[in-house]
Design a protein around this ligand. Structure first.
Ligand SMILES: [Zn+2]
Ligand SMILES: [Zn+2]
Length: 349
């Protein structure tokens, strides 16, 4: 048995539960703790049964309630190390480096590493990296011992996402005002491209092109059933296309309609960012993937991360349906639209 329950999807918050008969993982915690608990209640998911939280990337719509929820449920959080460091930076006011500069810095590190791999240098050893996956949060202490304890919300934050007063009520830390906002019960690291397991769910994280420190999509597998999650990606590179083969449930981004984005309310710079190769997938790009590169194996395709300003659910659905009609072997695929405001009915296989 595997189950996918989308609690929320969209630019104001993302969170999905992936469950097997023994293990339950919350993928992203992009709403306030209080709202996440409420949504779990609505969807019939018991928060006390969650085994872990898994984070795709550090953008606010994926982490808004993370620390408070993890502390309340006392469960570990799985990140890549660059994502964890970027998240700690985001919550840590500092004058020496802004979040944007930090991202630049991370990007340069990535490029150096990619160049080393391309040139065949032996410094990048996947086996050695894989061996260091399960690692507890002592690393966080090395990031900066002089962290200010004041909570800050970085420039990209959505002010609607978190109500600090409600979060204080939700947070079990005895003196929230003095608490370290980045404190987590336990942190474990994974690496894109290296499989790992949480309970009886095997997880394959894959790199996605997006403007964050080290963003990932995932394939989850248990008892022969495979479910994949890929949102927040500027385009469909070959590694993502091949990761999404042979899946039974596919949660895929269908972020914007190109014309609505072009004519919509966003400033030009934001439009450029969304459209870029590290932005978000348009309905058109998603349809193109479904028509040309998708193997048609899924029972369910869930379209997610729809923009409220630059998309309409019917446009996303029509684009995807049209792609499947043009590809007759795919007509067995059923399409669902994930919502921002309410959880989807759990998908059970
Ligand atoms: Zn993002
Ligand atoms: Zn997002």
């Amino acid at each position: 048995m595997m189950r996918m329950t989308v609690l929320a999807s969209g630019s104001k918050g993302n969170s999905t539960i992936i469950a097997s008969s023994r293990t339950r993982i919350l993928v992203d915690a992009g709403l306030s703790c209080r709202e996440l608990l409420k949504r779990m209640g609505l969807a019939g998911e018991d928060p006390s049964q969650l085994s872990a939280i898994l984070i795709t990337h550090e953008h606010q719509d994926h982490v808004a309630g993370l620390a408070v929820l993890a502390r309340r449920l006392r469960i570990p959080v799985f990140f890549t190390e660059p994502t964890h460091r970027a998240w700690v930076r985001m919550l840590t006011p500092r004058t020496t480096m802004t979040y944007a500069k930090w991202l630049d810095h991370i990007q340069r590190e990535k490029e150096t590493r990619a160049a080393a791999v391309a040139s065949g240098a032996s410094t990048y050893d996947i086996a050695a990296e894989a061996a260091s996956i399960a690692h507890i949060s002592a690393e966080a202490a090395n990031l900066d011992s002089s962290l200010s304890l004041t909570r800050s919300i970085y420039a990209g934050a959505d002010p609607e996402a978190v109500d600090p007063d409600a979060e204080a009520l939700c947070d079990p830390q005895p003196t929230p005002a003095k608490a370290d906002p980045t404190h987590l019960p336990a942190v474990e690291y994974f690496h894109a491209g290296a499989n790992f397991s949480i309970g009886d769910i095997d997880i394959t994280p894959f790199t996605i092109p997006h403007d964050a420190a080290d963003p990932c999509g995932f394939v989850f597998e248990s008892e022969g059933i495979r479910m994949a999650l890929a949102t927040d990606l500027g385009y469909m590179p070959p590694n993502v296309k091949s990761a999404l083969k042979r899946v039974d449930v596919l949660l895929l981004e269908s972020n914007h309609d190109l014309e609505m984005l072009r004519d919509g309310p966003y400033p030009w710079s934001v439009k450029q960012r969304v459209l870029s190769r590290v932005g978000h997938l348009s309905n058109h790009a998603t349809a193109e993937f479904l028509q040309n590169d998708y193997d048609g194996g899924a029972s369910w395709i869930v379209l997610g991360h729809l923009s409220e300003s630059n998309n309409a659910p019917e446009l996303a659905r029509i684009a995807a349906e049209q792609a499947l009609v043009n590809h007759p072997t795919l007509l067995g695929n059923r399409i669902l639209l994930a919502e921002q405001g309410t959880p989807l009915q759990p998908i059970c296989l």
